[in-house]
Design a protein around this ligand. Structure first.
Ligand code: ATP
Length: 202
């Protein structure tokens, strides 16, 4: 099975996440993509993040209309800081036949050399990178390929979608609408569960 792994904070999930996962799935013919909410993202230590419960509910709703997408709570169950190598090792051990594809945005691709046990991680997955504004994606991928000869890397062909969870959180703080950029049903989940204090709509 061609198995996509898409980690993130998903605070909240937005249409950029869904679109990049869908383009990855189509381009590489993935059988499944696991969306994996981080328990504690190593690059966001000390930052306030919405509860795991709310993030899982939002993600479950976000992927509901996408038959190839699933939500994996592996990092939430493991607790502690969420290192991708630990997740990939566990998934690889459970699915030894699967070919693993790690989906990342260009910002995360750039950060890859700082990830825990990056050499081992690159031996276990093909990295699939999506463009994000402000980062030269192909150049970044080429540089990484040079640095890590054994890396397998795919650059997705899609427009840069200048959307981030940070911007959506800021808009919610200011009581501005974000629902056009949330996957179907996610605004209702936030309203029902009472996340983000001010909620998703004005
Ligand atoms: P924040 O603004 O809170 O840092 P984010 O919007 O970057 O959040 P994350 O949940 O941190 O979202 O991202 C999960 C993964 O999705 C990362 O690999 C990130 O690069 C990628 N990603 C997020 N938004 C986009 C986007 N608009 N286009 C392509 N990839 C994206």
């Amino acid at each position: 099975m061609k198995h996509g792994l898409f980690g993130g904070t998903f605070d909240p999930p937005h249409v950029g996440h869904l679109m990049m996962a869908e383009v990855a799935r189509e381009s590489l013919n993935l059988d499944v993509v696991d969306f994996i909410p981080a328990n504690i993202p190593p690059h966001k230590l000390g930052q306030h993040v919405q509860s795991a419960t709310l993030r899982v509910k939002m993600l479950e709703t976000a992927v509901a209309q996408f038959p190839f997408f699933r939500v994996s709570t592996i990092e939430l169950e493991r607790q502690g800081i969420s290192y991708t190598i630990d997740t990939v090792r566990a998934i690889s051990a459970e699915n030894p036949e699967d070919e693993l594809f790690l989906l990342v945005g260009a910002d995360m691709l750039k950060d890859l050399p700082h990830w825990k046990e990056i050499d081992e991680l690159l031996a276990l997955v093909t990295v699939v990178a999506a463009p994000r504004p402000g980062i030269l994606l192909q150049e970044t991928a080429d540089a990484l390929q040079k640095q890590y000869g054994h890396a397998r890397m795919v650059v997705l062909s899609m427009p840069e979608l200048d959307i981030s969870s940070t911007w959506l959180r800021e808009r919610m703080r200011n009581r501005l609408r974000v629902d056009p950029l949330l996957p179907a049903g996610v605004a209702e989940v936030i309203l029902r569960e009472g996340g983000y204090r001010n909620g998703p709509v004005s």
